[in-house]
Ligand binder design. Structure first.
Ligand SMILES: NC(=O)c1ccc[n+]([C@@H]2O[C@H](COP(=O)([O-])OP(=O)(O)OC[C@H]3O[C@@H](n4cnc5c(N)ncnc54)[C@H](O)[C@@H]3O)[C@@H](O)[C@H]2O)c1
Length: 334
């Protein structure tokens, strides 16, 4: 089968590329990425030598370019990871989130319809469900939990999800959607909590924590997310939404302290800063549907996953330095 994977130079997409290109030598994968500030060609450079893989630089909102690519490559499956993904940026500049996350999805689905793609998969987020109270631990997001967003980021992802549902119902596009909780693992851009903590702690710099650090996230290792996406794409039922969660609810403060402990750094580095506007309190995912229907389950506990992840960043400080210096932008040569 011929796959298009968008956003494959980003955090989750690059981990996905490594997983599938190695696992399925008889399938062919085109990785499409615009290499925005969040796209890092270093994440996927080592795949260049693979026969079943090709990188294409391009923008999912560019209709003509996407049409040409679909015409040329005749994809069977499209998996859309490409997005603007950082909530803080969406609060400062919502426009590009609507363009990439909603219009980009529309452009990909129009091409998928025109060229008879057999499966269009949208990578979405648990943030479309809004948040849960801190004092009701029994509540979790299910696939039928109403969409109720807080940030321009989550609203743009929810808008895309609604459009995917509409393209399935109105035009019969064979779609699936996955909604996953907070990911951690190698290759995460150092704007998100875990790589920020590690990169700042390495330099003994103050580590900013929003509010009191009591916001709860359900952490999942990126590999477990990607195993789930692969199962949904291959075995999931058309028209369905599948939740993927890590069964690992932790407050932000707990996460920061766990990392500092492993790095042998003082908790005095923690500095509480003004809370994010509209900050969601708690996310928690019920993944029963994915577990029962697809046999999916997480393979990492938070404890072993975070340990391996911190070790990865400590063993790859060059990767972080390359981003902090801006040098990573030169990794891709046309
Ligand atoms: N990070 C998480 O915890 C998390 C959790 C659930 C869902 N998701 C979703 O997973 C997907 C990937 O997230 P991530 O954390 O890897 O994001 P990321 O920001 O690390 O990567 C996004 C990638 O998309 C590319 N991109 C952006 N705009 C593009 C465009 N117009 N055309 C082509 N490529 C473009 C970027 O260059 C980058 O490589 C997103 O759709 C996100 O909403 C993320």
């Amino acid at each position: 089968m011929r796959f298009l994977v968008t956003g494959g130079a980003g955090f989750i997409g690059s981990n996905y590329m490594h997983y599938v290109v190695n696992k399925y030598p008889n399938d062919y994968f085109v990785c499409l990425d615009a290499l925005t500030y969040a796209g890092n060609y270093n994440n996927i450079k080592d795949l260049e030598e693979k026969d079943n893989y090709k990188f294409v630089k391009g923008d999912i909102t560019d209709k003509e370019f996407i049409d040409d690519l679909f015409n040329k490559e005749q994809f069977d499956v499209v998996i859309n990871f490409a997005a603007e993904s950082h909530v803080d940026n969406s609060i400062k500049n919502p426009g590009v989130f609507l363009t990439t996350n909603i219009i980009g999805t529309q452009v990909l689905m129009d091409a998928s319809l025109k060229y008879n793609v057999k499966r269009y998969h949208q990578v979405s987020t648990d943030e479309v469900y809004g948040d849960l109270p801190l004092d009701k631990p029994e509540l979790k997001f299910r696939e039928d939990t109403p969409i109720h967003t807080s940030s321009p980021y989550s609203s743009s992802k929810a808008g895309a999800d609604l459009l995917v549902g509409a393209y399935h119902r109105t035009y019969g596009l064979p779609t699936t959607i996955s909604r996953c909780s907070n990911n951690y693992g190698p290759y995460q851009f150092p704007e998100k909590l875990i790589p920020v903590v590690i990169s700042k702690a390495l330099k003994n710099e103050k580590i900013p924590v929003y509010g009191t650090g009591s916001n709860v996230r359900d952490w999942i290792h990126v590999i477990d997310h990607n195993i789930g996406v692969d199962l949904i794409v291959r075995n999931g039922r058309v028209g369905e939404v599948y939740n993927l969660g890590g069964h690992s609810e932790r407050t932000n403060l707990e996460v920061v302290k766990t990392i500092l402990k492993q790095m042998g750094k003082s908790e005095d580095l923690i500095t509480f800063v003004e809370d994010r506007k509209g900050h969601d309190l708690r996310y928690a995912i019920d993944s029963t549907k994915s577990e029962d229907e697809l046999g999916w389950n997480r393979t990492y506990t938070f404890e072993n996953g975070i340990k391996e992840t911190v070790d990865w960043y400590l063993n790859n400080t060059e990767w972080i330095d390359n981003i902090l210096s801006g040098e990573y932008k030169n990794a891709y040569k046309d």
